[in-house]
Design a protein around this ligand. Structure first.
Ligand SMILES: Cc1cc2nc3c(=O)[nH]c(=O)nc-3n(C[C@H](O)[C@H](O)[C@H](O)COP(=O)(O)OP(=O)(O)OC[C@H]3O[C@@H](n4cnc5c(N)ncnc54)[C@H](O)[C@@H]3O)c2cc1C
Length: 382
């Protein structure tokens, strides 16, 4: 507990930790090795109340605050990043835009199944031409006879191909206004004709998370599936990413916490020159550095969560928390592996997986370079 979180948060942390230790930890290595997406775990996470933690109870959420959600992400990532990715992508990218920008009808139709763990929803921004530059989107949605006709291909879509996927929010070009391109977000259901999806296999990290390419070929979607305001899709997606960055920051923090705990345990047990390697100052200083970085990352992230819940601007703090959380995840995983040395390079030690899993955190939902740009813009600089 700290001055930023309270007893309820810690009770909730213990509850999620118990779930992660019991349900995820024992099978994480095998799922990673076989590149298996576990529907069973994805469903169990929903049944355990890990979807919609910070959303209103009337839609099937838990009615808790942002910090509770972030603590849950931290606890999953402390044992396995793939499952944390499934949970974060569904909550922060899949459900959140529907919750924040959807009509009552859209929310009451989609949210009950998405929050109970029956179905998953994905976020479709990235394309071949649109990575860091969201304006590079080439997917089009044209109005015809009361429908949107959508054409395009989305890639790297988390949760995008497994049988639990009910659909995704697609960012598409919807014409021009005053010489400027208009982007809108549209809810596209998986069972629509012309929708096809293929899992993208062979990732170095998050191997048990489902990453997919989704093709939309003349997909006909009713006009009422527009999410939010026509022409405001880009702003809505970028707003979604502000919150999404909090969860990536939490994934970095949780992964780093898990790596630190493993390294501490190993350093106390492994003996060389007749002593535990933890007794060498070069090892204990590494561990001291890790604890300091964890503290700083946690404080930065929790402050951003408190700002969000207080209705204050938090975009700069979320960007800093994501940039810093992903940076220390890399540093701590690397130093932890150094403490394990030879033993850490083999798959029977979880640190090997943690070392691979941290790499995406400096790339997804804004690369580290783009986050520097975001922070600089908050300072009034370009
Ligand atoms: C496993 C995984 C899951 C993902 N899940 C999703 C998802 O669910 N939904 C979704 O829509 N997307 C998803 N993504 C996409 C992810 O958000 C993008 O990969 C990320 O935004 C970076 O885009 P890019 O990979 O195309 O890199 P690029 O944009 O091609 O960047 C390449 C390099 O150029 C640098 N660069 C680019 N522009 C600038 C600039 N202006 N200034 C300085 N440097 C710059 C970058 O920092 C980077 O180092 C996922 C990606 C992965 C790998």
């Amino acid at each position: 507990m700290s001055i930023l979180n309270n007893e309820q948060h810690e009770k909730f942390r213990q509850k999620v930790r118990a779930f992660a230790e019991k349900e995820i930890k024992p099978i994480a290595a095998q799922l990673d090795e076989n590149e298996t997406f576990s529907e069973e775990l994805a469903r169990k996470m929903g049944e355990y109340g890990l979807y919609g933690i910070d959303l209103a109870k009337e839609y099937g959420g838990q009615g808790l605050d942002t910090l509770s959600y972030i603590i849950a992400v931290e606890e999953l990532a402390r044992v396995d990043s793939s499952q944390a990715a499934t949970m974060c992508a569904h909550n922060s990218l899949g459900v959140a835009p529907i919750y924040n920008f959807g009509t009552e009808e859209q929310k009451s139709k989609l949210l009950p199944d998405l929050l109970s763990g029956k179905k998953l929803w994905a976020f479709g921004l990235t394309e071949e031409n649109a990575g860091s530059d969201a304006k590079g989107v080439l997917t089009t949605a044209e109005k015809k006879d009361g429908c949107w006709i959508i054409n395009g291909t989305k890639r790297y879509i988390t949760n995008g191909s497994n049988p639990m996927l009910a659909g995704l929010t697609v960012l598409a070009l919807t014409g021009e206004e005053n010489g400027k391109q208009n982007y809108s977000t549209i809810l596209v259901e998986r069972n629509s004709a012309g929708f096809s999806t293929k899992r993208m296999l062979g990732k170095m990290m998050w191997r048990a998370s489902d990453t997919a390419e989704i093709k939309l070929k003349n997909v006909e979607i009713p006009q009422e599936n527009l999410l939010g305001i026509e022409g405001r899709g880009l702003a809505q997606m970028l707003k979604t990413l502000d919150s999404g960055r909090l969860s990536i920051a939490a994934m970095g923090l949780g992964l780093a916490q898990g790596a630190y705990e493993m390294a501490l345990d190993y350093a106390q047990k492994r003996k060389q020159f007749g002593k535990a390697i933890a007794s060498f100052q070069s090892t204990s200083f590494k561990l001291a550095q890790m604890v300091m970085k964890l503290e700083l990352a946690r404080n930065t992230l929790y402050k951003a969560c408190l700002l969000k819940d207080a209705g204050e601007p938090f975009g700069k703090e979320a960007a800093m928390a994501k940039l810093y959380g992903s940076t220390i995840a890399k540093e701590i995983a690397d130093e932890a592996l150094q403490i394990f040395s030879g033993a850490g390079l083999f798959k029977n030690q979880a640190i090997e997986r943690f070392y691979r899993d941290q790499r995406i955190l400096q790339i997804g939902e804004g690369t580290s370079e783009i986050l520097h740009i975001v922070i600089a813009k908050h300072l009034g600089l370009e």
